[in-house]
Design a protein around this ligand. Structure first.
Ligand code: AMP
Ligand code: FE
Ligand code: FE
Ligand code: ZN
Length: 287
């Protein structure tokens, strides 16, 4: 059994449509794949309808959150949420608020770049986004590639879009404890995404993860492309100590990132535990 529990589609900042995503997963030999677009469940129905025989779909999302960093400040964290009720009122409303703010924020980032002479137009960028898609920096990166400013999305992040440039504008984030409680109430299961990905920016301390476990967090993503060996070892030990589930996933974004689908995988027992705990939605088996 090969299981990838973190993948994006065109419902957020991936480049495969939800139907293409499940086809890609089957072609890569996966037995189960999760669709976890940022702050939306908009891709679920299409992925379900296109599910190839033999492939299991784990319906999920990746929530944009903030957390105490354990050093007296706060930092951004991403929370993977699985098998929650997509119609739960609080989830729907929170997703909508975050998505709306992501558009305003991307507009602001593009505006700052245009003011500095970069050939991007904020209004054109927003008008060109798929209607229900969650806007993210990769969309701005693609506009910069199209305008010939940079050669690739990766290059755009390295030079202009990372969190320490003057063009970066933070987007709305849900306090992570509130997000954990909201997903629990909707019958879902939560996993802290790429918790020790130092390259991305400031990360939480182990003590914060212990607090999140006490607040109801179910697991941590241990095997992730942005985790080095030390980060994986530390998270794996922490998960064992706190009795958290350990997952592995590629964080596949199609051609917006260089990581292929199934680059990292999750043990079948862990998916069974997730499905067992969830009451908001079930696994979908392609047949
Ligand atoms: P945002 O959520 O709009 O702040 O953008 C964060 C997203 O940008 C992540 O979910 C990734 O999809 C993408 N991203 C972050 N760093 C990189 C990178 N170095 N190369 C390509 N994509 C990246
Ligand atoms: Fe993303
Ligand atoms: Fe993430
Ligand atoms: Zn992701």
């Amino acid at each position: 059994m090969r299981i990838d529990l973190h993948c994006h589609s065109t419902a957020s900042d991936g480049t495969d449509s939800p139907a293409e995503l499940v086809a890609t997963a089957a072609r890569a030999g996966l037995d189960a794949v999760a669709i976890t677009d940022h702050d939306t469940t908009a891709g679920w129905a299409e992925a379900e309808a296109a599910l190839p025989p033999g492939l299991t779909l784990v319906r999920g999302a990746e929530l944009t959150c903030s957390a105490a960093d354990g050093r007296g400040g706060r930092c951004t964290v991403h929370l993977l949420a699985y098998l929650f009720d997509p119609d739960a009122e609080e989830v729907v409303a929170e997703h909508a608020r975050t998505r709306a703010d992501r558009r305003t924020r991307l507009h602001a980032m593009a505006g700052k770049m245009a003011a500095d002479g970069y050939p991007v137009d904020a209004d054109t960028l927003l008008a060109g986004l798929p209607e229900n898609a969650t806007a993210g920096r990769p969309h701005l990166a693609q506009a910069l590639v199209r305008a010939g400013v940079v050669g690739s999305v990766t290059e755009a992040f390295a030079s202009l879009l990372h969190g320490r440039t003057g063009y970066f504008v933070p987007s709305r984030r849900t306090p992570v404890v509130q997000a954990i409680e909201m997903i629990k109430a909707a019958g879902g299961v939560t996993v802290l995404a790429h918790g020790f990905a130092h390259r991305r920016g400031p990360v939480v301390t182990p003590a914060v993860i212990a607090d999140l476990a006490a607040a109801g967090l179910d697991g941590v993503e241990v095997d992730h492309p942005d985790h080095d060996d030390d980060a994986r070892a530390e998270l794996r030990a922490l998960a064992a100590r706190l009795d958290l589930l350990s997952t592995g996933s590629s964080d596949y974004h199609g051609t917006n990132k260089t990581t292929p689908i199934a680059a990292e995988t999750t043990h079948p027992d862990v998916l069974a535990a997730i499905a067992d705990r969830a009451t908001g939605a079930g696994l979908v088996h392609g047949r």
